[in-house]
Design a binder for this molecule. Sequence first.
Ligand code: ATP
Ligand code: MG
Length: 419
Amino acid sequence: MIQLIRGFKDILPGEVELWQHIEKTARGLFENFGFREIRPPILEYTELFARSIGQDTDIVEKEMYTFSDRKEELITLRPEATASVVRSYIQHKLYAKDPVRKFYTIGPMFRRERPQKGRYRQFYQINAEVFGSESPLVDAHLIFLLVTLFSRLSVPDTEAHINSLGCPICRPKFKEALVDYLSSATGTLCSDCLRRRERNPLRVLDCKVPSCREVMAGAPSLADFLCPECSSHFSMVKESLERLQIPFVIDKRLVRGLDYYTRTTFEIQTTFLGAQNAVAGGGRYDGLVKALGGPDIPAAGFAIGIDRLAEISGLNKNDFEANPDIFVAAMGEESTKKAFEWSCALGREGIRTEMDFSGKSLKGLMKRADKLGAARVLIVGEKEMQDGSVILRNMATKEQTSIPMARVVQAIQELFKKD
Ligand code: ATP
Ligand code: MG
């Protein structure tokens, strides 16, 4: 028996309804605020990710599914969506008509991480990106969207964590102070962090290894190094969140260790997920469009992990069970032919219809209708056909009514309109 690849999974019926509901809720919310859907491809040139996510990140160093294509070009299954959305924005000059553009995208991402609870090698994200505005209100708005979406999806115990990374003017001074601090704190850092310390010291801040966390507890705080512009930008983000009555905590270890990322970073965490506690993350990346060859246009965005969101949503999977409105139970060859016509017509009219084609007895058919949880059963037997009418049984009240054959579809439609 051929099995799934490790770290991959099937999203089965029974579970997929919740996913559909999550996606539908997100689409509805984004569209309320003028976000348009964009669907970039899943494969891109490796260089796109190397340049945007950064050579010295875990993702690019060891987590990407990279292949060489026939022409020896290196291509990669996308580990995240922002890079592709930015590429698309630049490639199609989507900024030309109006640089302020808002996009969302939903789809699978691939990272070759160690599989565990809440961590898969193919996982799904909902992404939103806003281009063309430097305003701190955009940052607050993105956090507002996340909080609103999670509340609509009954996600319990979420907490917004925010931080500011400063800008290319103030961050280098912080980096220096951090490197100084790290050089006096050898020994207890994990091997990844010893490497990061040299190549990308900001990343040490968000290492999840407990001993590294301990070391970093006394690290300098970026907040003390922000330039006046970054500081007032961050204040405005905080003030806006307060106005919207969105609680937040300032989390100085929240970084994206890359030069393109600037100012606000944020994460939505929950106590429900254990170690994999982030359901969504995002921030401002004012330098990325330019770094990928586009004009100097600021941007900010976020990514939500759908797998984790589905795990913690307080909505019950049973809330989405779609039982048939009607089960068509036909006995005998002629009745079955006619009933099949009706069943197709009912479904076409938007009534959830089921029919059994296996030639069961009435008893067998009723059992099946019961199992499927049908609200009503249309009984089409030879005898009824001869009489020119069929029977409609309400499964809850056990009430039966007779419907003339000439107007079966019409009568049932009218009935459902009333309901
Ligand atoms: P983590 O710290 O959990 O590794 P991350 O910082 O790598 O997360 P991002 O790149 O910010 O994650 O992606 C945003 C969201 O995507 C995360 O908050 C998480 O919900 C989800 N996510 C990331 N990696 C995985 C994965 N391997 N499996 C499932 N969900 C994931
Ligand atoms: Mg990760």
